[in-house]
Unconditional design. Structure first.
Ligand code: SAH
Ligand code: DHB
Ligand code: MG
Length: 222
């Protein structure tokens, strides 16, 4: 691995395509200040999420795993004026920090942060008849990724895009005997995604400042 080079190239790409404004830098600082793990997507991954949301003309976005709202801000900024994003977060402190960051970004009215276990919140969304969503970003705890995906699929419109972060895990994903519950979770998810006839899907490997990982992309066939 050439982590130094990957980080330098990441910075080059960020400077060209994904410069952070005050709201995004303040979000990064808030994680440091609050002792919250620095596991947000990178700037250019945020820009990639933004680009996907624009490309599918997203008006309704669902995010599973808010943290401090960093990816939320990149995604919500792709919404039209009447667009809405619902983001699910289990940790009340993360949710509160995210609420402030999202308000500071000026998109508070577009974003609904729901606090609780995503499995319960997803069931509620389905019961409410929420959606259908144009884009879903899965980025919470890894063991239930397959269940998050099944729920995301039920909540998606035909032609929607479902994206899942952290599905390569520094290559650990190719080891069927890896005992890490997160690796087991993403392996189960990746297999289910590959076998599901309702989606056209693949995984792209990602390298950069945030290390070596990957994102799964699934297009919900019309
Ligand atoms: N999408 C964010 C990063 C999310 S990190 C970004 O890129 O900016 C993962 C988040 O998922 C953490 O905040 C964690 O508290 C939350 N999480 C973990 N388990 C969860 C669960 N069962 N339900 C909802 N959120 C959960
Ligand atoms: C972890 C979670 C993430 O969503 C991520 O992007 C990186 C790391 C983690 O739980 O360690
Ligand atoms: Mg992630």
């Amino acid at each position: 691995m050439n982590q130094e080079l990957f980080t330098a190239v990441d910075q080059y790409i960020d400077a060209l395509f994904a410069p952070e404004d005050e709201a995004l830098t303040a979000t990064v600082r808030s994680l440091e200040a609050e002792g919250i793990p620095q596991i947000s997507v990178s700037p250019n991954q945020g820009q990639m999420l933004h680009l996907f949301a624009l490309q599918c003309k997203a008006e309704k976005i669902l995010e599973i795993g808010t943290l401090g709202g960093y990816s939320t801000i990149w995604l919500a900024r792709a919404l039209p004026r009447h667009g809405r994003l619902i983001t699910l977060e289990i940790d009340p402190k993360h949710a509160e920090v995210a609420r402030q960051n999202i308000a500071n970004a000026g998109i508070g009215e577009k974003v609904d942060i729901r606090v609780g276990n995503a499995l319960d919140l997803l069931q509620q969304l389905e019961a409410e008849g929420a959606g259908p969503f144009d884009l879903v970003f899965i980025d919470a705890d890894k063991p239930p990724y397959a269940e998050y995906f099944e729920s995301a699929l039920r909540l998606s419109r035909p032609g929607a895009l479902i994206i899942a972060d952290n599905v390569v895990r520094e290559g650990q994903v190719i080891d069927p005997d890896n005992p890490d519950e997160r690796v087991i979770g993403v392996r189960r998810f990746n297999k289910m995604l590959a076998e599901n006839p309702r989606v056209c899907a693949t995984i792209i490997q990602t390298v950069g400042a945030k290390g070596y990982d990957g994102m799964a992309l699934a297009y919900v066939k019309p």
